[in-house]
Design a protein around this ligand. Sequence first.
Ligand code: ADP
Ligand code: GN1
Ligand code: MG
Length: 372
Amino acid sequence: METRQEIYEIFKQFSPDSHPSEIVLYGNGHINDTYRVTCPASGGGKHYILQKMNREVFQYPVRVMENICGVTGWLKHKIRENGGDEFRETLTFLNVKDGRPYYRDNMGEYWRACLFIENAECYDMAKNERDFYQSAVAFGHFQHLLADYPAETLYETIPEFHNTEDRYRKFEQAVSADPCGRRAAVMDEIRFVRQRRELCPVLREMQRKGELPVRVTHNDTKLNNVMIDHSTGKAICVIDLDTVMPGLSAYDFGDSIRFGAATAGEDERDLSRMSFSLTLYEAYVRGFLEGCQNALTERELDMLPMGAIVMTYECGMRFLTDFLEGDHYFKTHREGHNLDRARTQFKLVREMEEKQAQMRDIVTKYRFCAFD
Ligand code: ADP
Ligand code: GN1
Ligand code: MG
């Protein structure tokens, strides 16, 4: 971990004339090291986000930044055309002296800095239907704005990211290798994953057959990757663009549902507090279809409920794999943290399986609505 002075010097690469008065670790992301930097300014402090990119996760950080700059440039153009505020409705990265949007320090670590979105917040749990609905509109709209983005110019920043079959193979490797001797303690969870193995190829198979179109998707659509404006209550900005890549609409829809249509946080230890909420699910369906502006095909709409099940199953499997491998991928803050996360996901999967018919009915209720 860098010292405060080192972080201060790194930030100055992006903003040589500034004199930060405070640098604090910030947010609840599982991947990057995120800091909020405060610089004295008239009328109070001006904030920035400074991030050290996770190099275990992102093997090619420069490619990640190329993707992000391409996408934010595109979004800024569209936001201006729509009369919006390009500095608030998408991320704005700062360049270093030589014009690059990242800094490589002498340890080989990659850093980036962006404007802090003020008067807005990310939530780790949906407090109410309204916020969750708002996040759905924002993620749907995000996909809509990028619908004609040249997808072939995007790098696959994490290969096979939502390839559930590939995730399953890695899970079985971790079970066999059992490098930390943790397998015996999680046999129930391992059984749970194995019993549902047939979920793995469902979406990919349909993609291979051309039944589901590939779109530019966000791929990490957690509620805490969208900022909700304090004054309007609207979702103002989709953040965490590291995984914007070609993908399926079911990934973005499903990942939001697994995180947000839940009655407890992702790492809740008391499973009696965790359940799948059809009320929140309905709010999200309504918002997402509205945000996508009816662009989804019939088959895509049919597969949204399955997308929620597969993404929740996949994420639980990833947490369990990381637990077996010794917690090297996701940041953890207590013993068994990844296992707790896996267990909440599996509880949600079980409940979604039971409520599949209602989940489908809700999509049917909104699919024929005309949105303006
Ligand atoms: P990770 O990949 O680790 O999840 P994120 O890019 O999502 O990293 O950032 C972590 C957290 O930092 C976010 O959940 C959010 O709370 C905060 N954050 C990130 N970017 C901004 C920003 N531009 N303005 C305000 N807060 C931000
Ligand atoms: C990670 O970066 P963050 O915290 O927004 C992960 C997602 C998982 C999520 C689980 C690049 O998201 O894929 O679904 O944790 N991001 C990456 O909470 O692996
Ligand atoms: Mg994040």
